[in-house]
Every structure is written in structure tokens, then in C-alpha cells.
Design a protein around this ligand. Structure first.
Ligand SMILES: NC(=O)c1ccc[n+]([C@@H]2O[C@H](COP(=O)([O-])OP(=O)(O)OC[C@H]3O[C@@H](n4cnc5c(N)ncnc54)[C@H](O)[C@@H]3O)[C@@H](O)[C@H]2O)c1
Length: 437
């Protein structure tokens, strides 16, 4: 057994800062408020419902994760955030059409008491949206300073002890890592010279990391996945992770693809299409915003199937992903996958998946887990990229010399082993020879 890591106790309130208070953010907030009052159960959340096996199978030690590591209590979470529309969270939740009156009526006062703050926003990055409460400043650096002020006010008014920021804003247009992202000093110069390669999400992340606030990115924008932000996170000893919540279709893909590979079944093609009618779908209807999402969705299969190691099985498959904006469907996305596979002696087979999911219902518990785990990481003095949180993302962030780990079950093992490591418990390798000595 290793020595346990020192973890500061979760004393006081934890402020949850959300740039982008749309369908996902309000479903998350409404859910936490409902769970706190025992109106509903936190299904889908590992921190609330998951267990962890400790020691040998014969020891029968399987505590709840929340009893094993010191996580913040839901009663200590306080929410705040920015958006371009100036609605209360209740208005947004009604408009988003995810939750019905059976939940919303019960948490209405809490949601009505939360109104978004003026956003850092620019239509150049999300052309389908038009903001009616947007900050103005002479350059991007000053915008970051205004965000810092918002955070300080929030902290003071709510007597918050610790903070976490989680990007739940729209997917920004496609950007590639460039010169201005390559170091902190170049990035700071870029903020002052209004460099167009610095998107609003990066300005939020810069403000957070400068203040020592952990940051996670629920969308596929680059945001903290650039050397400048990793440098800032290292310098200020802050944990970061991202990108793009792994829900819906990609979640299914990371369940099925490792299964095919484990049985050495080959792949000729994987065609994925979706219909989606919420605001996220509308933003993604714009080709340059969809490109950001497409990159994130496409990368998964190559990393899981490793065509370079298995050229006969995975060297030549076609992989296509489509998202069609179809307003009648609202947040209740429907996804279809057609998977052309082959087995023994090359005989072809097909798998069809039709997933009728609810996007924000799948994403909300991920928001909760990320907030609680990032706060835990901060109190355990873990900083920089938190690869153990890959479990939650379509495009996990990892060190530049590594490829990201996409297999959901390896990701879960990594997450649980990190928790065991923090508490000084033996890591579980699943070798199991000791039972047969
Ligand atoms: N729901 C899922 O399953 C899922 C999965 C993966 C990723 N995501 C991503 O999560 C994000 C949120 O999804 P959603 O369904 O809540 O979308 P949404 O459109 O309902 O909410 C996004 C909100 O962000 C706001 N916004 C945009 N730019 C902003 C800025 N610069 N500052 C402040 N606010 C800004 C918009 O006005 C909107 O209210 C999207 O980027 C989406 O692609 C969602």
C-alpha cells in the first residue's frame, strides 16, 4: 500500500462558474437543486451513485465513491454564470424543453434567482447566435479582467471558499492550434492585440486559470487544450481537462468499438447520423462550427482501433458523422449508426444502432462529476492535465507526446485507480493470481 495523498477537507462553499447557461447548464443546476431536496435521484452520476472496489475480491470492501474520497457536498454548491441572453435559469430551462413541470415547479425559486451575467461573446466564433448582453472593452485582455471582476464579486457575495469553471457554452468555430497559442507570453500579447485566433472560451479559461480556478471544457473548442493554457495551469498549480462531453452517439461508439477490437472483428465502415433540434443543433448547423464537432467525433475510432497495428482489420474503413438540425426533435436527439463489420474468413455482417437519447439528461451528471472531481484534484494539489478525467470526454486532453485514451473501460479503470492511489489503496490490476496460490 502507498501512503495516502494529503487532501484538504471540502470546507465551506464551492462556487460553480458556468460560461454558457443553456440547456445543459440549466438541466445540471435544476437537477442538483432537485436532488438536494429529495425530489429526484442523481442517476448517471459516478460521484453520487458509483462504488469502488478496494483490495482483494475476498475482502468485500466496496464503498460508495463519495464515502471513499472527500467530495464537496451538493448542499455546498453555489451556481453562477454568463450568457448572451440575460434570462433567468428558469426561463432558459422552460425554453430548452428538457425538464418538465414535475421537476421545474419544485425548484422554480432557485432557478428564478439565477440570472446570467454579461458575456464575453463574438459572433465571429458562433455566427448563428446574436447576443443582447455582451461585454465591451478595448481588447481581449480587458475582457478577461472584467471576467475576473465578475468572479470576485460572486465569491464575495456568496461567501464562496473554492471555485470551479465548466464551459457549457456553444461550440465555437473551428480553430487550429497556432503561434499565438504556443506559449503563455505569446497568448498574453495576443490578448492585448486582439488576435482573432483567441476565441471567447479561451478568455474565460485564461481568467479562471489566472485566478487558480480549475477549468473543464464540455464543448469541442480548443480552449484549454493549447500549450499556453497548460503552461498557465502548471504555473498556477491548477487542474484542467476537456474536451467535449462524451454522451450520446460517441459514448455508444466507445462502448462498441473496443468490443469489436477485443474479438478482432474487422471494420469496413461506420456511418453515424443524428437529428437534433435544440440550440446546440442550430449552432452546429453552421459548417465551421460543425467542423469543430466533427473533428472531435471522428478522432475516436482511429485511436481505439489502432489501424497502424491492425492494418488488415482497420486499415481502410470509412467513417462519416452527420448532424442534421431538425427543430421538431428539440433536445431529444435521435442517432442512427450503421456499422459494417467482417469476421472469420472475411464474411460481412452489420450492426444497426438507433439511440433515442436526451442530450442534456446525459450531459448533466457529467457536469456534476467534473465539478466535484476537479475540486477534489485541486484540494489534493494535482495540477495540469488530469488524464484520469478522460472518462467524461470525446476528445480527452493528454500530454503532447501521448495519444488520448478513448476506451471507456480503460478510462474508468484509470479514474478509479487514481482515486485508490489518492487514498493509498492498492491499485487493481485484475491479475488475480493470488486467489489460486
Ligand atoms: N448535451 C450533450 O450531450 C453535449 C455533449 C457534448 C457537448 N455538448 C456541448 O455542450 C455545450 C452546451 O450544450 P447545450 O445543449 O446546453 O447548448 P445551448 O445552446 O442550449 O447552450 C449553450 C449556451 O451558451 C451560450 N453561449 C454561447 N457563447 C457564449 C459565450 N461566449 N459566453 C457565454 N455564453 C455563451 C448560448 O447563448 C447558449 O445559451 C455545446 O457546446 C454542446 O456542443 C453537449
Amino acid at each position: 500500500m502507498e501512503k495516502p495523498t494529503k487532501i484538504a477537507p471540502p470546507k465551506g462553499k464551492l462556487g460553480v462558474l458556468l460560461p454558457g447557461m443553456g440547456a445543459v447548464a440549466t438541466t445540471f443546476i435544476a437537477g442538483v437543486e432537485a436532488v438536494k431536496r429529495n425530489h429526484a435521484r442523481p442517476f448517471g452520476s459516478l460521484t453520487q451513485m458509483g462504488t469502488i472496489r478496494l483490495g482483494k475480491r475476498t475482502e468485500k470492501r466496496v464503498p460508495l465513491i463519495r464515502d471513499f474520497v472527500p467530495l464537496a457536498n451538493l448542499n455546498d454548491l453555489v451556481f453562477g454564470g454568463w450568457d448572451i441572453h440575460g434570462e433567468t435559469c428558469y426561463e432558459t430551462a422552460i425554453r430548452s424543453g428538457v425538464l418538465g413541470p414535475e421537476i421545474l415547479d419544485k425548484v422554480r425559486p432557485q432557478l428564478e434567482g439565477l440570472k446570467s451575467w454579461k458575456a464575453v461573446f463574438d459572433r465571429k466564433y458562433v455566427s448563428r447566435l446574436k447576443g443582447n448582453q455582451v461585454k465591451k472593452a478595448k481588447n481581449k485582455y480587458e475582457l478577461a479582467l472584467q471576467l475576473v471582476e465578475d468572479i470576485q464579486d460572486f465569491k464575495r457575495q456568496n461567501k464562496v471558499d473554492r471555485l470551479v469553471m465548466l464551459w457549457c457554452g456553444s461550440t465555437e468555430r473551428y480553430l487550429q492550434p497556432g503561434e499565438v497559442h504556443s506559449s503563455l507570453s505569446r497568448f498574453e500579447k495576443g490578448l492585448k492585440s486582439n488576435d482573432p485566433e483567441i476565441a471567447p472560451s479561451m478568455i474565460y479559461a485564461y481568467a479562471a486559470l489566472s485566478m487558480g480556478i480549475p477549468f473543464a471544457n464540455g464543448a469541442p473548442n480548443l480552449t484549454v487544450d493549447i500549450p499556453a493554457m497548460v503552461e498557465l495551469a502548471q504555473q498556477n498549480k491548477v487542474p484542467v481537462c476537456g474536451k467535449d462531453f462524451k454522451t450520446g452517439q460517441t459514448y455508444m461508439k466507445t462502448l462498441i468499438a473496443p468490443g469489436l477490437k477485443s474479438r478482432l472483428l474487422g471494420l469496413n465502415g461506420w456511418f453515424s447520423t443524428n437529428i437534433l433540434g435544440n440550440r446546440d443543433g442550430e449552432v452546429l448547423d453552421e459548417p465551421m462550427n460543425f467542423k469543430t464537432k466533427e473533428e472531435s467525433k471522428l478522432s475516436v475510432l482511429d485511436h481505439i482501433l489502432q489501424p497502424e497495428l491492425y492494418p488488415e482489420l482497420y486499415g481502410h474503413f470509412d467513417h462519416m458523422v452527420r448532424i442534421n438540425y431538425y427543430p421538431p426533435r428539440g433536445d431529444n436527439k435521435e442517432g442512427w449508426d450503421n456499422i459494417d463489420i467482417f469476421g472469420w474468413l472475411g464474411y460481412p455482417m452489420q450492426i444497426k444502432v438507433n439511440f433515442l437519447c436526451r442530450d442534456s439528461i446525459l450531459a448533466a451528471p457529467l457536469c456534476l462529476d467534473l465539478v466535484l472531481f476537479l475540486d477534489l484534484a485541486q484540494r489534493a494539489t494535482m495540477h495540469g492535465i488530469q488524464e484520469w478525467l478522460s472518462f467524461y470526454f470525446k476528445s480527452p486532453q493528454c500530454a503532447p507526446q501521448l495519444y488520448p485514451e478513448h476506451d471507456l473501460f480503460i478510462q474508468l479503470m484509470k479514474l478509479k485507480n487514481t482515486l485508490r492511489y489518492l487514498r493509498g489503496e492498492d491499485l487493481i490490476t485484475h491479475l488475480g493470481l493470488e486467489y489460486y496460490d
